[in-house]
Write a protein that binds this ligand. Structure first.
Ligand SMILES: *[C@@H]1O[C@H](CO)[C@@H](O)[C@H](O)[C@H]1NC(C)=O
Ligand SMILES: *[C@@H]1O[C@H](CO)[C@@H](O)[C@H](O)[C@H]1NC(C)=O
Ligand SMILES: *[C@@H]1O[C@H](CO)[C@@H](O)[C@H](O)[C@H]1NC(C)=O
Length: 507
C-alpha cells in the first residue's frame, strides 16, 4: 500500500518533470530545467530559430535573427557547466528579442524597420542591451515594429514597416496587433522567444501587450536607459519588458534598470526608485490586499472609457480585484478638467520639436550611416517611394517635425502645460485619493502615463466573444513599480487569463 503510494508519487513526479516543453516555459521553468541538466541554452536557441522559420512568415514579428545566437548559447552553456558566477543571474542563458529601434553592436542591423538605416553602424550596444549581456542573456535577434515607432506617418498601419511588412495578430488575424512594439509582443505570445524588450513613447508597450495577450511593463522615465534607442522624445521614451508572465517581466526589469553613463541625468535621477533587493521580492501572493485602486468611469478625452459596454465587461475584473482585497475607489473627479485637458493637447507641439532634435542627435552619433539627419531620412524616403511606400503612407509626421526649430517660446509653453497637466491632473488625483494605482480597461489611460513619464503594467484580462485578446492596465506615480508589480501579480495569479494562441500552425 505504502509502496504503491510512493510509486505513484514517484511516477507522477517523473511524469511531471518529463513534461518540460519549451513553449510556454517561464524563466523559472527554464532555470530549473538547466539545473537538472534537462535543457541547454543551445536547445533553446535551436528551438526558437526553428520556430521563427516556421511561424515568422505568417506573423512577421522578427526582423532579423542573430547569426551568433547559437555561439552565444554555447558560451552560456559552458559558463553554467563551469559554475561561473554570471550563471547565477536569472536571465543567464535566456534568449531575448529586442525591438528593432534598440541598438546592438553585433551583426544585427538597428533600423526602426526602415531601409534608410540599413547598413548603418551603431557606436555601441544600447544601455539596456549592455545590461542584458551583463546578466548573461542571449540576444536572439530583433523584433519588428511599426516603422520609426509610428513617427513617420499618421497613416502607417500599426505593425507595418518597410522591411518586414505587416505583422499579424496571432489570436485573430483580422484584429490589429497594435504598435509600435508589435513584434516584441507577438514573438513572446507565439513562443518564438522567451522574453522581449519593447519601447514606449505613447502607448507602444501597453497597447500591443493588450492586443496580443502579454504582460508589458512601461517603466518610469529614466528607470531604464534610453541610450542607443532610436528616439522620439527623451521626456517620454522608455524601454520595458514584454513577456508571457509578470514574473518573467520582473526578471527582465531587474536586469535592465539602473544607471547608464550614456543616459546619465535621467538614469541617475531614477536610481532612488529601484528597491533594495530588486523587484522579484514584490512577486507576492495576496499582493492586491489593501491596495487602493482608482476606477475612471468618464473623461473620454483623457483616453478613459465612458462607454457602458466596456465598463460592464470590466465589472467582472473589478469584482475580482475587490474579492482579493483591493479597495476600489470610484466616482473620481478631476478638478478643473476642461482646463487640464486643454493643456494636455500641447503634446503634439512638444513631441514634434523634441523628435527632430533627438533623432538628429542619434543619427549624428552613428559610426557610419546612409542618413545623418531627419532631412536625410525624408530625402531617402522620397527617393525610395516604392520601397518605403510613401504614396500610401506619407511622411506627414516627419515633415511636420522637420519644420520645427528647436525648443522655442511655443514649445516652452507647451512643455509647461504638460508639466501642469500632470501635476494638477494625474498626480493630484492620485495623492488626494491616496491611490496606489489607477485601474483601466485595455490600455486606457496610457496617454496620461505617457506625458508625465509614469509607469504602467498591462496584464492579460481575457478574450472577447471572437477570441480577441484584451488586457487590463495598472498605472501609478513615478517609481511605483514595486506596488504595480504586487497588484499585477496578484491579479495574474488569481485569474491566469492568458492562453497561448490556438492556431494549427503552432503544433
Ligand atoms: C544587416 O543588413 C545587411 C544589408 O541588408 C544584410 O546583408 C545583413 O545580413 C543584415 N544582418 C542580419 C543579421 O540580418
Ligand atoms: C462619453 O464621452 C463622449 C465624448 O466626450 C460624450 O459625447 C458622451 O456624452 C459621454 N457619455 C457619457 C455617458 O458620459
Ligand atoms: C497651453 O494651455 C492653454 C490652456 O490651458 C492653451 O490655451 C494654450 O494654447 C496651450 N499652449 C500651448 C503652446 O499648447
Amino acid at each position: 500500500m505504502i509502496a504503491s503510494i510512493i510509486l505513484v508519487i514517484l511516477l507522477s513526479h517523473t511524469i511531471e518533470s518529463s513534461k518540460f516543453t519549451i513553449p510556454e516555459a517561464t524563466i523559472n521553468d527554464i532555470q530549473a530545467a538547466f539545473n537538472q541538466n534537462k535543457l541547454t541554452s543551445k536547445d533553446l536557441v535551436e528551438f526558437y530559430i526553428q520556430r521563427i522559420r516556421k511561424l515568422n512568415p505568417i506573423y512577421r514579428a522578427v526582423i532579423e535573427v542573430n547569426p551568433d545566437a547559437l555561439h552565444l548559447a554555447e558560451i552560456a552553456d559552458q559558463e553554467r557547466k563551469n559554475k561561473d558566477p554570471i550563471s547565477r543571474f536569472g536571465l543567464h542563458g535566456i534568449p531575448v528579442l529586442v525591438k528593432d529601434n534598440i541598438a546592438t553592436k553585433d551583426k544585427l542591423n538597428t533600423t526602426a524597420g526602415s531601409y534608410a538605416l540599413l547598413n548603418s553602424v551603431v557606436p555601441r550596444d544600447a544601455g539596456v542591451v549592455n545590461k542584458l549581456r551583463e546578466s548573461g542573456a542571449i540576444i536572439l535577434g530583433k523584433a519588428s515594429m511599426t516603422e520609426w515607432a509610428a513617427f513617420r506617418s499618421s497613416l502607417l498601419p500599426n505593425g507595418w514597416n518597410a522591411r518586414t511588412k505587416q505583422a499579424v495578430n496571432p489570436y485573430v488575424a483580422t484584429l490589429t496587433p497594435c504598435g509600435s512594439s508589435t513584434g516584441s509582443a507577438i514573438s513572446v505570445a507565439t513562443n518564438m522567444v522567451t522574453v522581449s524588450l519593447g519601447t514606449e513613447t505613447y502607448g507602444s508597450i501597453l497597447c500591443p501587450s493588450s492586443a496580443n495577450s502579454v504582460v508589458g511593463i512601461k517603466p518610469t522615465i529614466g528607470l531604464t536607459s534610453r541610450a542607443g534607442v532610436i528616439p522620439i522624445s527623451p521626456r517620454q521614451d522608455t524601454v520595458g519588458p514584454m513577456c508571457r508572465t509578470v514574473a518573467d517581466a520582473v526578471y527582465v526589469l531587474d536586469a535592465i534598470v539602473g544607471f547608464d553613463k550614456n543616459d546619465a541625468v535621467a538614469t541617475k535621477k531614477a536610481l532612488k526608485y529601484i528597491p533594495k533587493g530588486g523587484y522579484l521580492n514584490h512577486l507576492k501572493l495576496g499582493g492586491l490586499k489593501g491596495k487602493r485602486l482608482g476606477v475612471m468611469r468618464a473623461y473620454h478625452y483623457f483616453g478613459f472609457s465612458n462607454d457602458t459596454e466596456t465598463l460592464n465587461m470590466f465589472e467582472k475584473h473589478f469584482n475580482i480585484l475587490r474579492q482579493n482585497g483591493a479597495i476600489l475607489v470610484e466616482n473620481l473627479e478631476i478638478v478643473n478638467f476642461d482646463h487640464i485637458i486643454s493643456m494636455f493637447s500641447s503634446q503634439d507641439i512638444a513631441l514634434s520639436a523634441e523628435s527632430k532634435l533627438a533623432l538628429n542627435a542619434y543619427l549624428k552619433k552613428l559610426v557610419t550611416s546612409p542618413v545623418r539627419s531627419l532631412a536625410d531620412v525624408i530625402a531617402f524616403n522620397k527617393k525610395h517611394v516604392d520601397l518605403e511606400r510613401i504614396d500610401d503612407y506619407p511622411q506627414d509626421v516627419f515633415l511636420a517635425a522637420q519644420k520645427t526649430n528647436g525648443i522655442g517660446k511655443l514649445e516652452k509653453e507647451a512643455l509647461m502645460n504638460l508639466t501642469k497637466a500632470s501635476k494638477y491632473g494625474f498626480e493630484k488625483l492620485m495623492n488626494d485619493n491616496k491611490l496606489d494605482a489607477l485601474v483601466t480597461p485595455y490600455f486606457e489611460g496610457y496617454s496620461v502615463l505617457a506625458i508625465g513619464g509614469y509607469p504602467g503594467i498591462n496584464v492579460p484580462a481575457g478574450y472577447d466573444k471572437n477570441g480577441g485578446p484584451y488586457g487590463i492596465c495598472f498605472g501609478g506615480l513615478k517609481g511605483s513599480e514595486p506596488t504595480l508589480i504586487e497588484i499585477a501579480y496578484g491579479f495574474e495569479q488569481t485569474t491566469n487569463f492568458r492562453k497561448p494562441p490556438a492556431n494549427k500552425n503552432h503544433v
